[in-house]
Design a protein around this ligand. Structure first.
Ligand SMILES: Nc1nc2c(ncn2[C@@H]2O[C@H](COP(=O)(O)OP(=O)(O)O)[C@@H](O)[C@H]2O)c(=O)[nH]1
Ligand SMILES: [Ca+2]
Length: 537
């Protein structure tokens, strides 16, 4: 396209250049002379309108694209199923999360906790054929709650804890048969079955620690890189985890001094860009059910009579126990002896202090080869920070009305236990007629057990740092299952995900503002252009 360079200065403004284009369009595309001035007038008046019109149109198109592209598509959800196969029970948990947030700090929600009717899976050693019926009700529930088109991508895990650890020690083949039956049954569903296995005590402790800190928001904290010293303080913010089951109990926490020489390898985690050095220990046979058997076995050996006056049960309470059940157990086998009776009659006397004395015998603390120990000579650094206590810790202390943070000292717990244990069984049984007898008859024992266990962990002057918890933030239960799933589905990134430059609302308002600025600049430009060509004539 030839440029008209017969007149005018060398230096031209942008508008001047624009004018050149228009003029040359006139001089080439149209008849010269008379038409020349009319065409100019037509162009300068209508050309402007056409340009402005197309510009506004493209602006609307831009906004329309921006908005539709960012309009809220229905969130895409994902699901996960985890079975907690405990020594006394099995519970199926269903978790749900938004797929967009999978790697971010977005939360995973517990949408179902289906209690399987019956005992723990280790009780099916001689009737594995009954496992499908045992698990089918909760699996049916999962099929109902999870949309059909999501079934194939929903992972299913079963983790078995101390009950199956004890069975495996006793009869490995039985444990394998049970897991094989569970695997083939769960595999028959349209979900994405991943694994059914016995998790270790360390895993159980570590995943419980991850669960409560994830739900308490202690892991997804914002990185405060300006003040590296704050990193140290912040990382101490995590809660320790205290889990009391029926056959084992776990304690997990970040010690104050992680350089302490330790015979037990600390666990190292890198979560959301932070390093954690975590102590965890699982005491097999020190879950509350096994601890009761341990106590009864020791008592029977010490006073080999068919009747046991037991201060850990209410006055007037009676229970018959088969000697074979009492000693046919991995945890009590060491006390096995021959007795001139095959049944033990327990008669409650309801004396907390005597009960506490009996229970302290379960925790030898006389020898320790390390800088610091808990019982049985097990190394444990001094407890540090706040602690969440869940599962049987919670069930017991909740019933005894001792979970409030107003219960700030051990003495308050002792006073309550003295009074509660001394209540006659008849009165207790009538007052709490709706409570399962198995649980109700043992609250004096389990309350005293919780107190004694926390004493041997050296919580005596530290009671106010223990927080008994069940559901956290009204979302998910405290326990190992959520942490287990988060880990296996890689939902806790090692590094803190980079924050998006803009949130969606900021992004859209920036788009609109930018387009408006463009429009104003264009309109102003055209007015100036229009004025200058006007003055030219
Ligand atoms: N009081 C009470 N105890 C419960 C309840 N549910 C479970 N438990 C007890 O809590 C403990 C749970 O242990 P479990 O997880 O099965 O055993 P683990 O394999 O050693 O972790 C057992 O002693 C159960 O009897 C409840 O609703 N109330
Ligand atoms: Ca458990």
């Amino acid at each position: 396209m030839k440029r008209d360079c017969s007149s005018g200065s060398q230096k031209r403004s942008a508008f001047g250049a624009g004018r050149i284009v228009l003029a040359s369009l006139a001089s080439h595309g149209f008849p010269s002379g008379y038409q020349d001035s009319r065409v100019k007038r037509f162009l300068s008046k209508n050309g402007l309108v056409i340009l402005g019109f197309t510009f506004i149109l493209s602006l609307i198109a831009l906004l329309a694209v921006g908005l539709t592209q960012n309009k809220n598509t229905p969130e895409n959800f994902k699901f996960g199923i985890v079975f907690d196969a405990g020594s006394s029970h099995t519970t199926m948990y269903i978790y749900k999360w938004s797929a967009e947030k999978v790697n971010d700090t977005g939360l995973v929600y517990e949408i179902e906790a289906c209690k399987v009717k019956g005992p723990g899976i280790s009780a099916f050693a001689s009737n594995v054929q009954d496992i499908p019926v045992y698990l089918s009700k909760c699996m049916g529930r999962a099929k109902e709650l999870i949309p059909k088109y999501k079934h194939h991508q929903t992972p299913v895990y079963l983790g078995a804890t101390a009950g199956m650890r004890l069975l495996r020690m006793e009869n490995e083949q039985s444990a394998k048969r049970i897991l094989a039956s569970v695997t083939s049954f769960l595999n028959s569903y349209p979900f994405n079955f991943r694994d059914a296995r016995i998790i270790s005590g360390s895993e159980e402790g570590a995943y419980g620690w991850i669960t409560i800190n994830y739900l308490l928001g202690k892991l997804q904290k914002k990185q405060n890189s300006e003040d590296p010293s704050s990193r140290k303080n912040e990382s101490q913010e995590t809660y320790g985890a205290l889990d009391l089951g029926g056959a084992s109990t776990q304690i997990t926490f970040v010690p104050k001094d992680t350089n302490i020489s330790s015979p037990i390898k600390f666990m190292q985690f890198r979560l959301y860009g932070w390093n954690y050095t975590v102590y965890t220990y699982s005491f097999l046979c020190y879950g509350q059910d096994q601890a009761l058997l341990l106590k009864l076995a020791k008592d029977t050996v010490e006073t080999p009579s068919g009747t046991l006056l037991d201060p850990c049960f209410h006055p007037g309470y009676e229970r018959m126990v088969d000697i074979s059940d009492l000693f046919n157990n991995v945890c009590t086998r060491e006390y096995k002896d021959l007795f001139p009776f095959d049944k033990l009659r327990i008669q409650g006397t309801g004396d907390f202090l005597q009960c506490q004395e009996r229970l302290h015998n379960l925790f030898p603390t006389t020898y320790c080869r390390y800088t610091s120990c808990t019982f049985n000579g097990v190394f444990m650094p001094p407890v540090h920070g706040e602690f969440g206590a869940f599962s049987a810790y919670y069930y017991t202390m909740k019933f005894l009305n001792l979970t409030s943070d107003k219960v700030t000292s051990e003495d308050m717990v002792i006073e309550k236990m003295k009074q509660y244990c001394s209540r006659p069984w008849k009165e207790v049984n009538t007052t709490y007629a709706d409570v399962k007898e198995k649980y109700l008859s043992e609250y004096c024992f389990s309350g005293t057990y919780v107190l004694t266990l926390l004493q041997v962990y050296n919580f005596t002057d530290y009671w106010k740092h223990i927080h008994f918890m069940h559901k956290i933030n009204d979302n998910a239960e405290a326990g190992w299952t959520l942490g287990y799933m988060l880990n296996l589905t890689n939902m806790i990134p090692a590094e803190l995900p980079q924050p998006k430059p803009f949130s969606r609302p900021t992004y859209i308002s920036l788009m609109v503002a930018f387009s408006l600025v463009l429009a104003i600049v264009f309109i102003l430009g055209s007015i100036i252009f229009h004025k200058s060509s006007y003055f030219q004539k």
